[in-house]
Design a protein around this ligand. Sequence first.
Ligand code: GLC
Length: 410
Amino acid sequence: MSATARRPLRVVVVDHTAELGGAELALVRLCAALRDRPGGPRVRVRVVLGADGPLRPLLEREGVGVDVVPLAPSLGTVRRTDALRPGADPLRRPAAAAAFTARLAWRLRALRPDVVHATSLKADLLTLLPAALARRPLVWHVHDRVAPDYLPAAAVRLVRAASRLPAAVVANSRATAATLPGPCTVAYPGLAPAQLRARRAGDEARGPATAPVVGVVGRLSPTKGQRELLRALPAVLRAHPRARLRVVGEASFGAGAYERALRDEARRLGVEHAVDWVGFVPDPAAELDAFAVCVHASPVPEPFGQVVVEAMARGVPVVATRAGGVPEILDPEGPGGGRGAGPLGRLVPPGDVDALARAVVDVLDRPAEAAARAARAADVARARFPVARTADAVSEVWWRVAARGSAPRP
Ligand code: GLC
């Protein structure tokens, strides 16, 4: 019997950032699920972050040990759209990357994990050499679609070529997996048991006098589609003059200019009076519960879309763009497929403001129909997206890779 068969598997997860993006929130839930696994944890996770920040206390609260191996700050904060762009991405400054590589290799050698798991594109690239130097097998977790509509072309080429190097690759959706050249294991980011248990009070409980709330939850970012939703708002207000738009989330990863542009746009469209800028909330459950409809308006194909699942699990009707991973969530059996029940939310073409407005108005016009669809969606979300399934899928990859050791792949 090998050593790894008797003791828990030791995994070091590497993330370049400690800001709270979707991948980071998914990581926190994954760590909690691995700890709470029935029969006790079979995997012990330690996390190495390229910076200190709000992710660290969240992980520590789940009992995860965290080390910070500082990345030059300029390396940690470059925007996805600037990745590898000459002059914009210091990854092109070899000295900064080399210093991090040396520090991380040293740390990995000291920690001696069975598997190294990198969980952001930047960490995926920056961990290749340190894992090799420390002779540890590396797993990539890809949360971004590696496609030219999502990343600069140079980054796409580099990541696709480099994705052949790790021992295994995990993707957060089939849509993400399809952007990579090699085999991937798909592990949908699941929800925590408390998120799946929650049931919101029905629309009736809030009373017919309540102004309908159209809500959007997520980082303020051009890729998340808050601008498209704002542009759809005038048409929504013509049909439902008392409706309000609640924008939940804050600008991070350097998107401050986008937030200012959104507020200007609201003024220009004359809808300012109907918009609540809520900012960041640590747990969006209460916000979601007040929504008559949750909108996910990404104009570019979203790699997965955790908010869609969160809204579904709470029985909130969803309107979302049909692209990337979202149709896998809302229309898993494909257009026209399945048992004839149809999609679990309203899907509209990305970037089509008129279609978005029509779908939102339709949900507000016909709440009983939307509620029936949302109740079906809640059942499906509970069955398909518990984080325990994610933990099983990811740890199965880790055990497989560890069993092969750090020997070169066949
Ligand atoms: C990233 C993706 C998002 C996904 C999340 C978790 O934030 O942009 O689509 O839901 O990772 O995988």
